[in-house]
Design a protein around this ligand. Sequence first.
Ligand code: 0X9
Ligand code: ZN
Length: 307
Amino acid sequence: MSYLEYLQSTYPNLVEIFTIGKSSEGRPLKVVKISSDSSREVKRAIWIDGGTHGREWITPAVALYFIRQLVEHYAKYRNIVDTMDWYIMPVMNPDGYEYSHSKDRFWRKSRAPNKPSSDSERRGRLFWSYGESCKGVDLNRNWDFHWSERGASDDPCKETYAGARAFSEPETKAVADFIMDHKDRMAAFITLHSYSQMWLVPWGYTRSRVKDYDDLVYVGRKAIEALKKVHGTEYDIGTSTSLLYPTSGSADDWAKGKAGIKYSYTVELRDKGSYGFLLPAAQITPTGRETFAAVRALVRAILREYG
Ligand code: 0X9
Ligand code: ZN
């Protein structure tokens, strides 16, 4: 937070910070806009978020690395800053992120104070018997697109609890409202997760293919090829249904299916499981560097397409 404020006051012509809402526990939800003055009136834009899942610590770090490069090395990257507005949200789930630092390193969900639904009461659980695990919603199951159809739980005590209803959570609702306000300009949507080194394309909710699957894979391939050139790290590309598992109510599907953003991806960062969520600090900067190369290649590919 203090670094973001430093950037805003040091580079006021490049950086703007929006507080788009508050988390369940009252923490501010911050989005950084990086935009330079240019003749083009309305620019295309790209959305990037991290920290949807508390324990995926590499993702806010990588988002922050992007911000640092784009702002503090603007002269080097002005081709992609002058042509696009960058909206970057380093931490979508600040409560879960904080909790994973203070209490439980492997916390995934938000920290919403769930009330037992009549369903869970039928399962014989009462409010007073709710354990710690019954707090929080999986923010990547709470989006209003084929919500809670599969790969999600209706049990608040489970890790993939989808919430009481679509967009029941302040975090997802705030991000969705913000994106809807800018959706006509949004060329790409990237949500950072970890781990497994995969560049995932929609859909997650069905095995059928998106109609422009080939375009998404083409641009995604440009990204992972550029990524590999930096440190040799290999990524797979494909849908979550084929490479991981099906889920519904996830952000990437919503961005594609509801907001109509063509290039929507979930990126699962390093590693492939040796350290998993406990990625050593020595890998933070290399992961930032290679993923930034990937996103730059992706943006260049999209700009080429639109001319
Ligand atoms: O399950 C998730 O939310 C993501 N994996 S993670 O291990 N970071 O939790 C994958 C989501 C992929 N997108 C869709 N299935 N739509
Ligand atoms: Zn995740």
